[in-house]
Design a binder for this molecule. Structure first.
Ligand SMILES: *Cc1c(COP(=O)(O)O)cnc(C)c1O
Length: 352
């Protein structure tokens, strides 16, 4: 840090993204990207828009808002689009700073980072022994709450009835449901926004819609909440979503069938991989996401991560004590999963 860096950021520990190595070609199962390219309609939409890059993007986000509203059965005023869902989460921690936030101890690592960045208090509520969310603790939390559903990196999904219990328990706080992985087998809480003026559902195009590199996220909520977030957006960057990505997003929504089929393939590959891993003796948490969270008595989490990397397979290993013995494995194509399973089996044979 330079001597000029503001004192207010002295306790900031930046988020550490998964490795994006360029030095060799890996089978990349570490950042929950889709193995499928964007649809051809999306690629065409981007190409057709390129000649207009001399002009700013639409600060009202009109076309994409309308497309999202039609997809999710809400009105355009219930929707905001953001530069990745990370930006929506950043805006949310700014907009609802006063009550602070509560979220699980094991969840998306960006929540505490945004709170620290924006000088917002937060409290981590431990997941239960089996890594499920402690519903009662969230029902009773006085803070705003953030729940990733399905959760990451566990993959565990809460039924909508449990989400509704948390949302309805306290109308004086906002409840944020981060649905980054909902398309792989969860049930969306969007249908509850009409009933609950304190509910914000956050979504992303990075996982099931193959647009991680396009940076597109969104939030769906009551119109009053969306106007709060728009106030923050217009005070930060009115052109927060670039022209190419606005077009790509609308085209992706129009091509729903392609993405639905891809998500179904991923879910099938997930079940296949989970079965094989259990047969090899792994503990595999029940996942409704595009990844599995796994551990084995036969090999430490960090050791498996390192040995897989040597063999050209990247998975995600977290060092947080409670989960240091686990690895998070993104579900890729069938061929990628076969390669991962083969390498894993060979590693287990080697150390036996
Ligand atoms: C991947 C992920 C996001 C962020 O995705 P963006 O690429 O910023 O849209 C948000 N929440 C969770 C839980 C995630 O795993």
């Amino acid at each position: 840090m330079s001597k000029f860096f503001s004192e207010r950021f002295s306790s900031l520990t930046p988020y550490i993204p998964g490795e994006q190595p360029r030095e060799r070609k890996y089978i990349k199962l570490n950042t929950n990207e889709s193995p499928f390219p964007p649809s051809t309609a999306v690629i065409e939409a981007i190409a057709n828009e390129a000649e207009f890059l001399n002009l700013y993007s639409d600060p009202t986000l009109k076309e994409l808002r309308e497309a999202l509203a039609a997809t999710y059965g809400v009105e355009p005023g219930n929707v905001i689009a953001t530069n990745g869902s990370d930006e929506a989460l950043n805006f949310i921690t700014m907009a609802y700073a006063d009550k602070g936030f509560a979220f699980p101890d094991i969840t998306y690592g960006f929540y505490p980072v945004f709170c620290t960045l924006n000088r917002v208090n937060y409290r981590e509520i431990p997941l239960k022994e089996d890594f499920s969310v402690d519903i009662e603790a969230f029902v009773n939390a006085p803070e705003n709450v953030i729940i990733a559903n399905p959760n990451a990196p566990t993959g565990i999904n809460l039924p909508l009835t449990e989400i509704e219990r948390i949302v309805s328990a306290n109308p004086e706080r906002v409840a944020v449901i981060d649905e980054a992985y909902v398309d792989f087998g969860g049930e969306s809480a969007v249908k509850l926004i009409e009933k609950y003026p304190n509910l914000i559902v956050v979504g992303t195009f990075s996982k099931s819609r193959s647009l991680a590199g396009g940076r597109l996220g969104f939030a769906i909520a009551a119109k009053e909440l969306i106007s709060d977030l728009d106030a923050i957006r217009f005070s930060t960057n009115p052109y927060n979503v670039n022209r190419l990505t606005l077009k790509a997003g609308a085209a992706a929504l129009a091509d729903a069938e392609y993405y639905k089929n891809n998500a179904a393939v991923i879910a099938a590959n997930r079940e296949y991989t989970a079965e094989k891993l259990k047969y090899m003796g792994f503990e595999v948490l029940p996942s409704k996401a595009n990844f599995l969270f796994i551990r084995s008595d036969k090999i430490a989490g960090g050791e498996l991560y390192r040995r897989l990397k040597e063999r050209g397979v990247l998975v995600r290993h977290f060092t947080k004590p409670r989960i240091a013995d686990y690895n998070r494995v993104t579900i890729g194509s069938k061929a990628e999963m076969e390669a991962f399973l083969t390498e894993t089996e060979e590693i287990l044979n080697e150390i036996r």
